[in-house]
Design a protein around this ligand. Structure first.
Ligand code: ZN
Length: 205
């Protein structure tokens, strides 16, 4: 994909933003020290992230750390199962339309507890509070895409991927984001973080 247009306060193309993120993850995998911002960096005038990330709340997936980034780099939305409801969508729209981030990354991760919970038998799920059941129902369309006859670990992995891909598709169909994507000012991509290796792998569409 060619992208002559750059966008955002950092004046980066979508491809440059993606490259920045992936290079940061490579630094994290090679155990580079975490980035600590200086006081001046923390109070700079206004937000200037170069990417927005929709990630899972899982404590083992701290986004700034796994991408080796610091203050004011990433606009982060985290929710169990990295699902997208009205509030998550609004936050990402804000990042794209007002902060003009050139990249939205939907990041699932291996061994996701929310995905695993969504795969649990119905009688288990109905024991959960109503709000948790509502959240799990939002993962169901991804579960439906996975072969129910394979072992649970495979189903979890398949559903993690399907869930992220589905949300990317959903975001791409949002009218407010579509024109930015068409103008090559915004890239919307999916990826999975591997808890064991620390590596982020981009997903095919
Ligand atoms: Zn998770």
């Amino acid at each position: 994909m060619t992208a002559a247009c750059s966008s955002g306060k950092r004046n980066m193309t979508p491809e440059q933003a993606l490259q920045e993120l992936m290079q940061g993850n490579a630094r994290f995998v090679s155990a580079a020290p975490a980035r600590i911002a200086s006081p001046e960096t923390r109070v700079i005038d206004g937000q200037a992230p170069f990417a927005a990330i929709l990630g899972c709340s899982d404590a083992r997936v701290p986004l700034e750390l796994i991408f080796n980034r610091g203050f004011n780099d990433l606009f982060v939305v985290r929710v169990a199962g990295n699902i997208i409801g009205p509030n998550e969508l609004a936050s990402l729209q804000y990042a794209a339309l007002h902060l003009r981030v050139p990249l939205i990354l939907v990041l699932g991760h291996t061994f996701c507890g929310a995905i695993t919970a969504a795969l649990a038998p119905k009688e288990e799920r109905t024991k959960e509070p109503a709000a948790i059941q509502r959240l799990l129902r939002q993962i169901d369309p991804a579960i439906a895409q996975v072969d129910a006859s394979v072992p649970l670990a495979e189903r979890v992995a398949g559903a993690v991927t399907a869930n992220a891909q589905r949300i990317v598709k959903r975001l791409k169909s949002e009218r407010t984001l579509q024109s930015l994507v068409q103008d090559e000012k915004l890239l919307i991509a999916g990826a999975v973080y591997d808890l064991h290796s620390g590596r982020v792998t981009l997903l095919a569409e």
